[in-house]
Write a protein that binds this ligand. Structure first.
Ligand SMILES: NC(=O)c1ccc[n+]([C@@H]2O[C@H](COP(=O)([O-])OP(=O)(O)OC[C@H]3O[C@@H](n4cnc5c(N)ncnc54)[C@H](O)[C@@H]3O)[C@@H](O)[C@H]2O)c1
Ligand SMILES: N[C@H](CO)Cc1c[nH]c[nH+]1
Ligand SMILES: [Zn+2]
Length: 422
C-alpha cells in the first residue's frame, strides 16, 4: 500500500474519494437494460442472461425440486454453520421488533404507532463473482421477523447454499436472474417475476445504479449498498498480520472494493505493508484483491483527533478500531455503517455470523443511511383515539389553529362535535 504521510486537511477529500466509475457512464449502460425488461418482460430477461451471464434460461424461476434437493447437496459442516449464523442473526434482529406503545398526550387523547411488514419485498443476492448465500440470511431474517408476506429472491447464482438459506428464511419465489435486469424485473414485474414494493440487497455497480434508477419510478429501495469497503484505524497495540488479513478480507470482494488504513504510527504502517504481500500471494482471488489493494491507501496522521476526523469524513461501510480503549474511541465515531472493536473482532464475523447485518451503506452514504434492519422491512402506521372527554380538552387548540390557517372546514369538524356534547 502506498503510505501517505501527514496529508493536509485540504487534500483529504481527493485522497478519500472512492475509485468508482463515473455514475453517468454506468447509468448509460443500465438504462437500456431497464427498458428492455420493462418492454420485453421474460423474453428480455432471457436475452440479457445470455448476454451478461452466458446462461440459457428456459425457466427463470428455480423449480421446487431444485430447491428441495439443495439441502442434500451441502455438507453437514456447512449446514451447521448456516444454522448457527441463522440463530445469531435471528436473535440480534428479533430484539429490534417493536411493539406498539400507547401514549396519552392529553386526557382522553391516545396515540400510538403500529409496525406493519411491507407486503411484497424483493431481495437481491449477489452471485457474479461469489455466491453470497450469507446475504440471504441478512435480508431474509429481518423480512421474516417484520412479517413480509411475499419475499421474492433474485440471484445470478444457482449455488445450493443460496437455495437452502432461501428455504430457511421463507422466501416465497426464487429466480435465477442477476444484475440490473433482476432489479428491473422486481421493480416492474414480468410474466414470471412479481412486482414488489421495496427492493433490498447489495450488488455491483450495475445493480446499485439500477436500484437508484428504479427508486425514481415509485419502488422503494433499502439504500445504495455497492462495492464493499473497510477502513482500519490501528495503533501499536494492533497486530499487523491481523490488520493485513482484515484489509484483504474486503479487498477480495472485487477490484472496486476499497480499503483504507489510518494510523499515527509509521512503524505500524510499514509492518502491515510487509505482511500484506505475502498474505495476498496465498489467496485464490489474489488478482481481484491485488487490484483493490493497488487503489488503496495507508495514511499516517499526526494525532488521534485527526484520525477520527478523517474517518468521520470518509464514512466507511465497515470501520475496525484496533486501538487501545476501542470502545471509548468508538463513541467519537459519527459516520460508519458498522464498527468492529479490538484485535479479536474481525470484520468477517459481522459478514457472516455474529448477528449484525452485513448489508450496509457504501460510498459515503453512511453519513445519512443505516444498514438494513427489521425497521427497513416495516412501515410504521400511526393510530389515534379521542374520547368525548378528549375532544373537549383538545378541541379549542385545534379550532384556534385551523382558524389562523383560514381552514374553516377543519375548525367545523371539531366544532360540531363540541356542540353535540353541550
Ligand atoms: N455493501 C454491502 O452491503 C455489500 C454486501 C455484499 C456484497 N457487496 C458487493 O456486492 C458486489 C457483488 O458483485 P458481483 O459482480 O460479484 O455480483 P452481482 O450479483 O452484484 O452482479 C453480477 C451481475 O452483474 C451483471 N453484469 C456483469 N457485467 C456486466 C456488464 N458489463 N454490464 C451489465 N451488467 C453486467 C451480470 O448480469 C451479473 O449477473 C461486490 O462489489 C461486493 O463488494 C456489498
Ligand atoms: N463484506 C460484505 C459486505 O460489504 C458482505 C459479505 C458477504 N460475504 C462475505 N462478505
Ligand atoms: Zn465481506
Amino acid at each position: 500500500m502506498n503510505i501517505i504521510a501527514f496529508p493536509d486537511r485540504s487534500e483529504w477529500a481527493s485522497l478519500l474519494a472512492r475509485p468508482v466509475q463515473d455514475s453517468s457512464v454506468i447509468e448509460q449502460r443500465v438504462l437500456p437494460i431497464l427498458e428492455q425488461v420493462r418492454t420485453q418482460g421474460d423474453e428480455g430477461l432471457r436475452e440479457l442472461a445470455r448476454r451478461f451471464d452466458n446462461t440459457e434460461l428456459s425457466n427463470l424461476a428455480f423449480d421446487q425440486a431444485e430447491i428441495e434437493q439443495a439441502e442434500g447437496l451441502l455438507d453437514e459442516e456447512l449446514k451447521a454453520a448456516i444454522k448457527q449464523a441463522y440463530q445469531n442473526i435471528y436473535t440480534f434482529h428479533q430484539a429490534q421488533v417493536q411493539y406498539p406503545e400507547k401514549i396519552e398526550t392529553m386526557p382522553g387523547v391516545t396515540c400510538w404507532r403500529k409496525s406493519v411488514g411491507i407486503e411484497k419485498v424483493g431481495i437481491y443476492i449477489p452471485g457474479g463473482t461469489a455466491p453470497l448465500f450469507s446475504t440471504v440470511l441478512m435480508l431474509g431474517i429481518p423480512a421474516q421477523l417484520a412479517g413480509c408476506k411475499e419475499i421474492v429472491l433474485c440471484t445470478p447464482s444457482n449455488h445450493p447454499a443460496i437455495l437452502y438459506a432461501a428455504q430457511l428464511v421463507g422466501v416465497t419465489k426464487a429466480f435465477r436472474i442477476g444484475g440490473a435486469q433482476a432489479i428491473a424485473a422486481m421493480a416492474y414485474g414480468t410474466e414470471s417475476v412479481p412486482k414488489v414494493y421495496k427492493i433490498f440487497g447489495p450488488g455491483n455497480q450495475y445493480v446499485t445504479s439500477a436500484k437508484m434508477l428504479v427508486s425514481k419510478e415509485g419502488v422503494a429501495i433499502d439504500m445504495p449498498a455497492g462495492p464493499s469497503e473497510v477502513a482500519v484505524y490501528a495503533d501499536d497495540s494492533a497486530v499487523p498480520t491481523f490488520v493485513a488479513a482484515d484489509l484483504l478480507s474486503q479487498a477480495e470482494h472485487g477490484a472496486d472494493s476499497q480499503v483504507l488504513l489510518v494510523s499515527t504510527s509509521k512503524k505500524f504502517l510499514s509492518s502491515v505493508n510487509l505482511t500484506l504481500s505475502s498474505q495476498l500471494d496465498k489467496l485464490p482471488r489474489k488478482e481481484l484483491a491485488a487490484q483493490s489493494i493497488a487503489n488503496s491507501k495507508a495514511i499516517l496522521v499526526g494525532s488521534q483527533e485527526e484520525a477520527l476526523d478523517m474517518l468521520n469524513e470518509y464514512a466507511a461501510e465497515h470501520l475496525i478500531l484496533s486501538v487501545e480503549n476501542a470502545e471509548v474511541v468508538s463513541e467519537k465515531i459519527i459516520n460508519a455503517g458498522s464498527i468492529f472493536l479490538g484485535n479479536y473482532t474481525p470484520e468477517s464475523c459481522g459478514d457472516y455470523a455474529s448477528g449484525t447485518n452485513h448489508t450496509l451503506p457504501t460510498n459515503g452514504y453512511a453519513r445519512a443511511y443505516s444498514g438494513v434492519s427489521v425497521d427497513s422491512f416495516v412501515k410504521k402506521i400511526t393510530v389515534q383515539h379521542i374520547t368525548e372527554e378528549g375532544i373537549k380538552v383538545i378541541g379549542p387548540t385545534v379550532e384556534a389553529m385551523a382558524e389562523a390557517e383560514s381552514l374553516d372546514a377543519h375548525k367545523r369538524a371539531v366544532h360540531i362535535r363540541l356542540q353535540s356534547l353541550l
